[in-house]
Design a protein around this ligand. Structure first.
Ligand code: KIV
Ligand code: ZN
Length: 561
């Protein structure tokens, strides 16, 4: 590979840069360019009906500025603009933005398209980089400035025929296209010339949109250029500085964020990073990054899965599983150490107030805040830890496995996943668990059982005031049993321990209720230890609390090979 073929692009001669020690503390002005930049990058651009639905989605999310199209580019684009205006789709607090090259006939056509719009940003651009000046236009720097200035003059000319009120509804945005590759002082010169021609003031602010049309350096260089631009541009108080980052180096989000630190007021971008080549910057990520640091992004992604579904339907683009926030695997941990920490973090939250600061390990934001569930957080494969399977059994199926039993459950599920050589679904984990501990009748099964409360005084001071009798199937044969104890469980143990099974004790017992109403019952977990020191876990489930414990003992007995 011959790297000498390439050279670094120009930064900015900035001294005493401020942006590295800043933080983002408020939402910028957001402008979605999904319907223009995003749309023009689609293999099959959206039709009018789809664009209308997408526009409604953007409004619902909370965008107040939406670049809707390039009206002079095609009839579909023009007609879409007319439909939005004539059918009153634009809420009173939303401004539509239209893109146009700084060329007279295109400007006149765009003016036609926006007639009657309640509020418009007229966005003109021309390319300013050395390569574009040389190859595309064959013009000098001054001639390129002239193109921009004449474009503004033409817009002003067209506006003369409008009423005062109509004129007030049109704002100007200018983009020195290919700003990222343009000499910074020249970019400032051309923006200043445009601002002078438009006649800017604090009441008549202009938007200078500074695109990394092609992202060509690290985000700090973009930030330097934004801070330098902001410090040198004329009449800063009459200027809104806008970022418009593409993602050629995969750092569009970072460039935008550092651009905001450097003083940008506004962000143009697309949902999920759609856009030319490797995309525009992903507005969802920038917004939710702010959210994750406690800053209200002023965009509503509380039902991100619905936004993602609509986006995929409209654009026919996929959202890869590792996409920040929206990806299918964005909140999933498969490795054991992560699962264990997440399960403990979530368990701790159960006893905290709902608005306690989020600090669950490995999960940046609470999935519930963006409409995702906890179910997908932990998924099980052969690398998963001992707590993962128990987390799923608890969160999906209501089995609160005691901590001491979790390694046994984890080992079973891990072995099954290893055998299958794939991830196990929740239902499969449930089935392996129940097969081993609840439905396991390998050697022992209670056929019949009854307990009787004994008269406390009848047996001279004995603590054994419950007796139980019944029949248990042992290796296919029915065997009668009977015993006494201080409770139903104890009397059952004394009936079978050392009789149909080696002598054993109960060394752990846990119980919880499951279900509600008529379907309510109990699940019991026991650990038994035989005289030879072997330990087995068992699980019993029954509508009767006492019976659940006895079934758990039988389940443990069935674990003896
Ligand atoms: O990326 C870009 O430079 C653009 C301009 C038209 C703003 O999309
Ligand atoms: Zn762009």
């Amino acid at each position: 590979m011959n790297a000498s073929k390439y050279k670094p692009f120009e930064g900015a001669p900035i001294v005493g840069r401020q942006w590295p020690s800043k933080r983002i503390t408020k939402a910028p002005i957001w402008c979605s360019v999904d319907l223009r930049d995003g749309n023009q990058a689609l293999i099959d651009p959206m039709g009018i009906e789809t664009k209308l639905k997408f526009f409604d989605l953007l409004v619902k999310i909370g965008f107040k500025e939406i670049e809707i199209c390039f009206p002079s580019a095609s009839d579909t684009e023009f007609d879409f603009c007319r439909r939005l205006i004539e059918e009153n789709h634009i809420p009173s607090d939303v401004t539509i933005q239209v893109l146009c090259q700084a060329r007279e006939h295109l400007i006149r056509r765009t003016m036609e398209a926006i007639k009657g719009a309640p509020s418009v940003i007229f966005h003109i651009y021309n390319s300013t980089s050395p390569a574009q000046r040389k190859y595309t236009f064959g013009k000098t720097k001054d001639e390129i400035v002239q193109i921009a200035v004449e474009g503004v003059r033409c817009i002003k000319e067209c506006m003369k025929s409008l009423s005062e009120d109509e004129r007030k509804r049109i704002r100007l945005e200018y983009s020195p296209e290919s700003f990222s590759m343009t000499e910074i002082d020249y970019a400032i010169e051309i923006c200043d010339a445009v601002g002078r021609e438009w006649g800017i003031s604090p009441e008549r602010k202009i938007i200078y949109n500074l695109p990394s049309t092609v992202e060509c350096y690290t985000p700090n260089v973009y930030a330097d250029r934004i801070e330098y631009f902001a410090s040198k541009v004329a009449n800063r108080e009459s200027v809104i500085i806008s970022t418009h980052c593409h993602n050629d180096r995969g750092t569009g989000v970072a460039s935008c964020e550092l651009g905001l630190l450097a003083g940008a007021d506004r962000v143009e971008g697309c949902l999920f990073g759609n856009g030319e080549r490797t995309g525009n910057l992903d507005i969802v990520t920038v917004a939710l990054n702010m959210f994750s640091e406690g800053v209200d992004p002023e965009l509503d992604f509380s039902d991100l899965p619905s936004v993602a579904d609509a986006y995929q339907e409209y654009t026919k683009m996929d959202i890869p599983p590792r996409t920040p926030y929206a990806g299918g695997l964005a909140y999933t941990a498969l490795s054991g150490g992560h699962q264990d920490a997440i399960a403990k973090g979530l368990a701790a939250r159960a006893s905290m107030p709902a608005d306690a600061v989020w600090d669950v390990p490995y999960i940046l934001i609470d999935p519930h805040d963006i409409g995702r569930q906890y179910e997908g957080i932990i998924r099980i494969n052969s690398q998963s830890g001992k707590g993962g399977a128990s987390f799923i059994l608890e969160h999906n199926y209501g089995y609160s496995i005691p901590k001491a039993m979790q390694p046994a459950v984890g080992n079973l599920i891990k072995a099954e996943s290893d055998k299958a050589q794939r991830e196990l679904k929740g239902e499969e984990i449930l089935s392996f668990f129940e097969e081993k501990w609840i439905r396991n009748r390998a050697r022992f099964e209670i056929v019949d059982i009854a307990s009787t409360q004994l008269d406390a005084n009848s047996e001279s001071g004995s603590a054994e005031h419950v007796s139980c009798r019944g029949v248990i199937r042992v290796d296919g044969e029915n065997v009668a049993f009977g015993g006494r104890g201080n409770g139903p469980l104890d009397s059952f143990v004394s009936a079978v321990s050392g009789v149909v099974f080696p002598v054993f004790n109960i060394t752990a017992f846990h119980e919880h209720s499951v279900g509600q109403g008529s379907g309510a019952g109990a699940v019991a977990y026991v650990q038994i230890e035989t005289g030879s020191g072997e330990k087995f876990w068992g699980v019993g489930k029954s509508s009767n609390v006492g019976r659940a414990g006895i079934e758990a003992v039988v389940s443990a007995m069935n674990q003896l090979g």
